[in-house]
Design a protein around this ligand. Structure first.
Ligand SMILES: *[C@@H]1O[C@H](CO)[C@@H](O)[C@H](O)[C@H]1NC(C)=O
Ligand SMILES: *[C@@H]1O[C@H](CO)[C@@H](O)[C@H](O)[C@H]1NC(C)=O
Length: 331
């Protein structure tokens, strides 16, 4: 669930929606058009102070006004919004160039869609600014009536305690990184360090140790060692696995990177788990991360639900597996 750098960049993506020009939609491949460029320049001149203020002062009101401006412009041209967001992210050095590019390309379209559908002045704006930048107070929970699928049982009785005590293994937030390289830069400027990146310095300022670093996801070696240790300290009766298997390389995570990472992680975890497992999907399982499209929202997440369901079929009954295939969860 770690999120800070990501949300800061995404809020920048939203904020810089405002730099896009009010022109007919153009694809990035189209030749620059002088009239469009002039309009774009004019919009930037008008709105840049507004956004500079929002990002510099980190004030709630300034953030919401900036979002409102962004929303209007986003209706005119989403592609331009994305490229403007990317260049602003790079020029303000909010993140490394590859992180700006990857994160905005993967998450930006959805963020823009959310802003366009939001009722910014009726509370959504404050909510977004609170979540992304922490600059507004988190809105209080509104009262309302929630319909549960089933009525509460009239006289529920807790089952009697058997008196037996069992060991339960809880595996969560695995996030083991197969690309961890001991000796690489542990104090890097990306959301995840201890990897050999194309722009890594030749000599690290702090070298990643063999067993891990607080700036990094755990090396494979640590994950494997930990799993091998489990049977020596516990007689595990059953395991719960509460999601978040892939590493935090959120600016490059797609279906293509996530699936092999899941496979590898399951292989490693199998070293220490002989028991039955009750697994769940976490926010990091999706590729791109955090995005779980529904059947009606567009996008496709069936690749994740189906692959998890196939693997989990060794532990779960058929009705649970069908439910995982449909919406990624079961009861
Ligand atoms: C789990 O513990 C219960 C209660 O002691 C026992 O009946 C059951 O056989 C155990 N199952 C496994 C797989 O160890
Ligand atoms: C699930 O994953 C484990 C570990 O990678 C593997 O050994 C097993 O064969 C897989 N099972 C299925 C049904 O895919």
């Amino acid at each position: 669930m770690r999120f800070s750098v990501t949300s800061a960049i995404l809020s920048l993506a939203v904020a810089s929606a405002v730099y896009a020009a009010p022109t007919a939609p153009v694809s990035p491949q189209e030749k620059p058009n002088l009239v469009n460029l002039e309009k774009r320049g004019w919009v930037m001149d008008q709105l840049k102070p507004l956004f500079t203020k929002a990002l510099r002062t980190l004030e709630c009101g300034a953030c919401v006004s900036a979002l409102s401006g962004a929303k209007g412009v986003a209706y005119l041209n989403k592609n331009w919004v994305l490229s403007a967001a990317t260049s602003l992210c790079k020029s303000t050095k909010l993140a490394d160039a590859d992180v700006c590019e990857g994160l905005i390309a993967l998450q930006g379209p959805v963020v823009i869609e959310a802003v366009m559908q939001a009722n910014l002045l009726k509370g959504d704006g404050k909510f977004m600014c609170a979540q992304a930048l922490g600059v507004c107070p988190v809105p209080t929970v509104m009262s309302g009536t929630l319909a549960f699928p089933k009525a509460k049982p009239a006289a529920a009785v807790a089952p009697a305690h058997s008196g037996k005590i069992v060991d339960v293994l809880h595996v969560s937030d695995w996030h083991v990184d197969e690309h961890y390289v001991a000796g690489s830069e542990a104090a890097c400027t990306k959301p995840l360090c201890c990897r050999k990146y194309a722009d890594s310095p030749a000599t690290p300022t702090r070298a990643a140790s063999t067993w891990g670093d607080y700036n990094c996801d755990p090396p494979l070696k640590l994950g494997l060692d930990m799993m091998k240790h489990v049977p020596t300290v516990a007689n595990v009766n059953f395991t719960i696995m509460t999601g978040d298997v892939p590493p935090h390389d959120v600016w490059i995570q797609t279906k293509e990177t996530a699936l092999p990472q899941e496979k590898l992680a399951y292989d490693v975890m199998a070293e220490g788990i002989a028991s039955k497992v009750y697994p769940t999907i976490g926010n990091h399982e999706a590729g791109p991360v955090n995005l779980f499209p529904t059947k009606t929202s567009g996008g496709d997440i069936s690749w994740l639900y189906n692959s998890m369901a196939d693997n989990w079929s060794r532990w779960l009954p058929n009705d649970a597996i069908n439910s995982v295939k449909n919406f990624g969860a079961y009861t």
